[in-house]
Design a protein. Structure first.
Lengths: 535, 293
């Protein structure tokens, strides 16, 4: 009996052998890895869809695909990238880093953690399988506006169900992160001592819990409209198609910040490390994040300036939207002030973080232009909008996830990644991504609508440039895959504190970090005294 | 569609693309900004666009300039030693309040713009625009003139998958219709915009706005065109398979020419209605003939 106990106790020190480890794991690092690999896979699935879109748009005329298939691609590209690549990417980072940065052994709810990940492969198998169903996959845009969405063939209920499962996964993940942050902090660690990555994720988790059920409600109403004789959105039955848009964007706008707040957190970790200087304005960063989160709930109708809202509505949503520029500006100023008079070095995570600050700001500038409601009657539904949200989502959110991967890879694998390869990845990415998205501002302003498979000939040149950029950017990402594989397999051994200027509790652990992060809570007072935590 | 055939189209397309790249024309490269347009709304939106663009460029130069300076001068490799300051209340208040003031200024300008756009009163004529999958219908309210307007035949041929007709050879490819909307200049026209099936978006950039066409809603917008001409646009809201293929063409004429055109339309419409009526009267006989056989 005691021998069995002993064997079992021993057993729990490390991962189980074999593939089943990944199925049954309740370990935050294993689950973090699963999330990150899933995110990377979806990044390429969604990327291939984007390349199909860009290939068709290389020149006027239809060369490759049917217009319906093109619409499927734009719809699925967005769903896959948002729910499959960006969100799981951030959750994966949270899984790896939250326990380590709080001085905890694991997440608060390990079994829930396992389930919240394993929902995702099912959700996306379901979603992607719709492409092969009679009538084709969803082609009404990721926003799924009725009445168009109701024209979807047999794929319709499967898409709705897939969205439900994704939402469930997100909500469970968010509950777990909140529970962990509130209950598992090392003794003596107050909220205002938490690293910015933890703060931004805490706020993001609340946004998730508030927003995802609203999406679930909206798509369920679509489902009942289609199959159960309700007329929520059917004007002929006394319903209102615009109501769907209000409900959708009440989810959709917080969703935008769900995808960017953790990125703010990441950049706020990386810049101080490589500037060798404490983050400027820690408290104002926390308050700015919280105010952005609050404002995100009262600006949703700026996605709908052209639906024919009353003047008062337009004005309210315009003013509220413009207000977001203030806390966002504060963040950017704080990052620049952190760099000011620092002693900077430019390893790959820092390069991506600096590119984030510049390119995300460009996305913010176009966002401010879009906020001006009267001009939005020109911008709306055009390529200018496409350029705007790809600047904030690709050079914003995706660049931050990549920066975070570089930053913490030594901690995860115990090996330093290949710096030369990392720099190559950075420079090819940052050049090609601008070739890809910057010209989209031009065609958008000149009158090219979004979500069209073919265009008038005056838009040809910039679309060609954009497509060339897209293929360069897409293939550049293979460098990253190769680099990660190389770092997992070996390389220069990483120290516990992998970066000279790194502060925070994850760097107190050896690299690679032990399977159960902190089995005894760290002594916070010592860490604070050394200046390794904000106090 | 066979793949080999498709491959031929792709290669020929690529060759065509390269040929295009070789020609010095590159006319599309000049298409960078909103059109200045032909209405007061379009001018106002153009000016607002430029105002906010320049403000953001100005802010960008300051922020990225400071960042660039820091990146250049505060490098460890240059022997920089990190300072350890981490907050400064004065500067934090300053960079919260100044952007706020700039925003208030922009908000005032933008509010004026919206008020102008929403003033649809005192229109001299009304045109009802209805979106269908995938064409537009125009009703000249009170005149009894109405017609459908869809993609022109040549564009329609050229846009088919693997079509031998190349888009470059079609005049106004995808921006041409079989029957354009005709309107008078210097006249305040109110558009009443709706849709029959799914949501569409009626957008002519030269007029300075687009408006969603939503089933069950009648949205209002207005325009007063300053000069005669042909103005082209297309559907802006995803409306299904052929969303990219429902253009809008508006021909603006002097009020006199417009009146002449309207009179012709009325005549033609009443003539065709007469013909329709005649055919309607004939049809029972046809039905009877069919049931008999």
């Amino acid at each position: 009996m005691s021998a069995v106990d002993h064997a079992e106790a021993h057993h729990h020190d490390g991962p189980e052998p074999g593939l089943l480890r990944w199925v049954f794991t309740t370990n935050h690092k294993d689950i973090g890895t699963l999330y990150l690999l899933f995110s990377l896979l979806m990044f390429f699935v969604g990327g291939v869809m984007a390349l199909i879109i860009r290939a068709e748009l290389f020149q006027p005329g239809m060369q490759l695909v049917d217009p319906y298939f093109f619409n499927e691609m734009t719809t699925l590209h967005a769903l896959v990238m948002i729910f499959g690549a960006i969100m799981p990417g951030f959750v994966g980072l949270a899984n790896w880093q939250v326990p380590m940065m709080l001085g905890a052994p694991d997440m608060a709810l390990p079994r829930l953690n396992n389930w919240s990940f394993w929902l995702l492969p099912f959700a996306f198998t379901l979603l992607l399988s719709t492409m092969f169903m009679p009538g084709g996959g969803p082609a009404g845009g990721w926003t799924m506006y009725p009445p168009l969405m109701l024209e979807t063939g047999q794929a319709f209920p499967f898409v709705i169900f897939a969205v439900h499962i994704m939402g469930m996964s997100s909500i469970l993940g968010a509950i777990n992160i909140i529970a962990t942050i509130f209950n598992m902090r090392a003794p003596g660690m107050t909220l205002m001592m938490m690293p910015l990555f933890i703060w931004t994720w805490l706020i993001t988790a609340f946004l998730l819990i508030a927003a995802m059920p609203v999406l679930a409600g909206a798509v369920t109403m679509l489902l009942t409209d289609q199959y159960f004789g309700t007329h929520f959105f059917n004007a002929a039955g006394g319903g209102d198609p615009v109501m769907y848009q209000h409900i959708f964007w009440f989810f959709g706008h917080p969703e935008v910040y769900i995808m960017i707040l953790p990125a703010f957190g990441i950049v706020s970790q990386i810049i101080p490390t490589f500037a060798r200087k404490p983050l400027f304005g820690y408290a104002s960063m926390v308050y700015a994040t919280a105010s952005i989160a609050f404002l995100s709930f009262i600006v949703w109708a700026h996605h709908m300036f052209t639906v024919g809202m009353p003047l008062a509505g337009e004005l309210f949503f315009m003013y509220a939207t413009m207000l977001i520029a203030v806390p966002t500006g504060v963040k950017v100023f704080n990052w620049v002030a952190t760099m000011w008079q620092g002693a900077m070095t430019f390893e790959t995570p820092m390069l991506f973080a600096l590119a984030f600050v510049v390119l995300f700001s460009i996305g913010g500038f176009s966002g401010l232009m879009l906020a001006i409601a009267s001009v939005d009657f020109q911008y709306q539904d055009g390529y200018f909008v496409v350029a705007h949200f790809h600047y904030v989502l690709v050079t914003g959110a995706a660049f931050a996830i990549i920066a975070a991967a570089y930053y913490w890879l030594p901690k995860w694998t115990g090996n330093m990644y290949d710096e030369q390869l990392g720099k190559l990845h950075f420079w090819t990415s940052v050049v090609s991504v601008n070739i890809l998205y910057f010209p989209q501002h031009f065609v958008g302003l000149a009158g090219m609508p979004r979500r069209i498979p073919d265009y008038a000939v005056q838009f040809t040149e910039w679309n060609m440039v954009s497509t060339v950029g897209a293929f360069l950017f897409g293939f550049s990402q293979l460098i990253f895959v190769w680099l990660v594989i190389k770092a997992i397999r070996g390389g220069v051994k990483a120290e516990g504190r992998s970066w000279e200027g790194a502060h925070g509790m994850e760097w107190e652990l050896p690299s690679p970090a032990p399977y159960h992060s902190f089995q005894t809570p760290p002594d916070i007072s010592k860490i604070v005294a050394r200046g390794d935590l904000h106090s | 569609m066979k793949w080999d055939k498709r491959l031929v189209t792709i290669t020929s397309g690529l060759a065509g693309g390269l040929a295009l790249a070789a020609t010095p024309a590159w006319a599309g490269l000049g298409e960078l900004n909103l059109p200045y347009g032909v209405t007061s709304i379009a001018h106002m939106n153009y000016d607002l666009n430029m105002l906010v663009l320049w403000i953001t460029i100005f802010i960008g130069i300051i922020v990225f300039g400071a960042m660039g300076y820091s990146i250049y001068h505060h490098r460890k490799s240059q022997g920089a030693v990190a300072a350890q300051f981490h907050h400064n209340t004065t500067i934090e208040v300053v960079w919260t309040v100044i952007p706020l003031l700039i925003l208030v200024g922009m908000a005032i300008a933008a509010t004026r713009g919206l008020v102008l756009m929403y003033d649809t009163d005192n229109a001299e004529m009304d045109i009802k625009v209805t979106g269908y999958q995938w064409q537009w219908r125009y009703d000249y309210l009170g005149e009894g003139v109405s017609f459908y307007s869809k993609l022109d035949e040549q564009s329609n041929q050229a846009r088919q998958l693997g079509s031998p007709l190349r888009p470059e050879r079609v005049e106004h490819y995808l921006r041409n219709v079989d029957k354009p909307l005709v309107v008078p200049i210097n006249t305040k026209i109110r558009f009443l915009i709706t849709a029959e099936d799914v949501i569409h978006g009626w957008w002519v950039p030269e007029f300075g706005w687009k408006m969603d066409a939503i089933p069950g809603y009648v949205n209002r917008a207005w325009t007063k065109i300053e000069q005669p001409g042909v103005y082209r646009g297309q559907c802006a809201e995803l409306c299904g398979r052929d969303h990219g293929f429902m253009p809008i063409v508006v021909i603006a004429k002097t009020p006199e020419e417009y009146k002449k055109w309207l009179a012709e339309q009325k005549e033609r419409q009443s003539a065709s209605e007469g013909a329709e009526q005649a055919s309607a009267e004939r049809s029972p006989a046809v039905d009877a003939a069919q049931t008999q056989s």
